[in-house]
Write a protein that binds this ligand. Structure first.
Ligand code: ADP
Length: 267
């Protein structure tokens, strides 16, 4: 390819076109690699619980056929494996749906404060189970953004659930909503936990599909490894930004900034 590029360059004016073509080709190859990797990862993730299910079915049909106690125990595990597959399929479908509409910016006015409050209420039972207190600091008035309510709920579901799951059990999670009244008119929602945090080398890769710092820990907590990839795609589609900060040993904070609709022409 380099030779071809040299040849074209010798002809003069076509250089820029060839360079663009060359760059497109590498981008296309990279995309193709990512697609192949993704299919391989997704298949592997689905095959693991499936293999476990097959194993239990065979045991129940064979050696454990008449063992009532084993039967009960195995069914509990089988149900959990089936749930895991179902969660994974739901996340894969969400991701592809969001990707399909990536170029369309959602336009419905949504009150972000209400969205975050609703999600904190929804996750209260999980937080209680882990002895975690979720504190919210929010402005008293609505903060309206253009968006899609379900997708925004999904963003804060993933971030707050992660903070509860990976943060300190018996600890606290702080959720803060702040308007920055600069010219841009933005709102930033930060979800902060005080758990073990994330080492700096992992930070840039956290939003990759299936990237997990500790695969076993994520599986044990029912994770699919797709949550932050989904968050990133939704935030991008809403013309927002996701920033992740962490001091290992002190916790992590995930902040989402979105453009706000000024109160005058808001809903
Ligand atoms: P998962 O389904 O594994 O939770 P996510 O995409 O939501 O997938 O997160 C990817 C990985 O990022 C997790 O497996 C975990 O290792 C790490 N992570 C996410 N949130 C936190 C957090 N608040 N504290 C520490 N690690 C986190």
């Amino acid at each position: 390819h380099i030779t071809a590029l040299g040849d074209v360059q010798a002809e003069g004016g076509h250089y820029a076109g060839a360079a663009l073509f060359f760059r497109d080709l590498t981008a296309a190859r990279r995309l193709e690699h990512m697609r192949v990797d993704f299919v391989a990862n997704a298949s592997h993730e689905l095959r693991t619980p499936l293999a476990s299910l097959m194993g239990f079915i065979e045991t129940l049909q064979g050696p454990a056929r008449n063992d009532q106690a084993a039967r009960e125990r195995f069914l509990v595990i089988m149900r959990e494996q089936a749930r895991r597959m179902s969660r994974l399929i739901d996340d894969l479908l969400s991701l592809s749906r969001i990707e399909l509409s990536a170029h369309v910016q959602p336009q419905t006015p949504v009150d972000l404060v209400a969205v975050v409050r609703h999600m904190i209420d929804t996750l209260a039972p999980l937080a209680r189970e882990r002895g975690v207190d979720i504190n919210l600091k929010a402005p008293p008035l609505p903060v309206t953004v253009r968006g899609e309510r379900d997708e925004l709920l999904r963003v804060f579901e993933n971030l707050i659930e992660n903070a509860v799951k990976y943060g300190q059990s018996g600890g606290r999670v702080d959720v803060g909503i702040e308007r920055s009244d600069g010219a841009a008119g933005e709102v930033t929602v930060c979800v902060r936990d005080y758990g073990p945090g994330i080492a700096p080398e992992h930070l840039p890769r956290l939003t990759e599909r299936f990237y997990r710092v500790d695969v076993a820990a994520s599986r044990e907590k029912g994770g699919t490894g797709l949550g932050l990839a989904i968050v990133k795609h939704i935030v991008n589609r809403h013309r927002g930004r996701l920033t992740i900060d962490s001091q290992p040993g002190e916790g992590a904070s995930f902040c989402v900034s979105l453009p706000v609709i000024p109160p005058a022409d808001g809903a």
